[in-house]
Ligand binder design. Structure first.
Ligand code: ZN
Length: 186
């Protein structure tokens, strides 16, 4: 299990999808989840960076979990996801400020993520907010953006949720470049 967290954390970090202390990862294990520690550096995850706690119940480990624990819990309570990746992909976050939703125009993005919703537009949010709205959206979509903050992606494996995050960022980077070139596709 640690190797999955290590590989995905490292990939997110080296691709610039998280800054040194941002982002969080989790997997579901029955009534529990294993989530990265509050303040973990995803680029170098070790055994001590993983916290196991309840999905519905708190225990002694709960305060050590990522500040986005409430969102991860809500996703596991309300969807069939077994893994969640939260990242801060910069092009996607930049577009979240100015778009109502993201419609990828590249082939891979279009096929995988035909539409990406942006939640919490114009609202000053703190970590852990919008859990229910994010979970509700992830029943229908693979990834969702929170306005001015980052992405939440859900899948059966961490690698899968990472892949959706990565495709979202590639699509947003392309949309950004097209806008910069004055070529906005509709
Ligand atoms: Zn965040």
């Amino acid at each position: 299990m640690l190797s999955q967290f290590k590989a995905v954390g490292h990939a997110l970090f080296t691709q610039g999808l998280v800054s040194p202390c941002s982002g969080n990862l989790s997997i579901k294990l029955g009534e529990h989840l294993v989530i990265t520690h509050r303040g973990s550096i995803l680029g170098s995850i070790g055994e001590a960076d993983l916290v196991e706690t309840g999905i519905a119940k708190n225990d002694r480990a709960t305060p050590l979990a990522s500040s986005e624990l409430a969102v991860h819990r809500s996703i596991y309570k309300n969807t069939s996801a077994l893994a969640v990746v939260h990242a801060h992909p910069p092009y996607a976050v930049a577009l979240s400020f100015i778009e109502k939703e993201i419609i990828p125009c590249d082939m891979e993005g279009r096929a995988l993520l035909p539409k990406v919703l942006i939640l919490g537009q114009g609202i000053a949010l703190k970590a852990g907010d919008l859990g229910e709205e994010i979970a509700e959206t992830l029943k229908q979509y693979k990834v969702v953006l929170v306005w001015g903050h980052g992405s939440f992606a859900a899948g059966q494996l961490l690698e899968e949720a990472y892949y959706y995050t990565s495709v979202l960022e590639q699509s947003c980077r392309l949309l950004y470049l097209l806008k910069a070139l004055g070529r906005i596709l509709t």
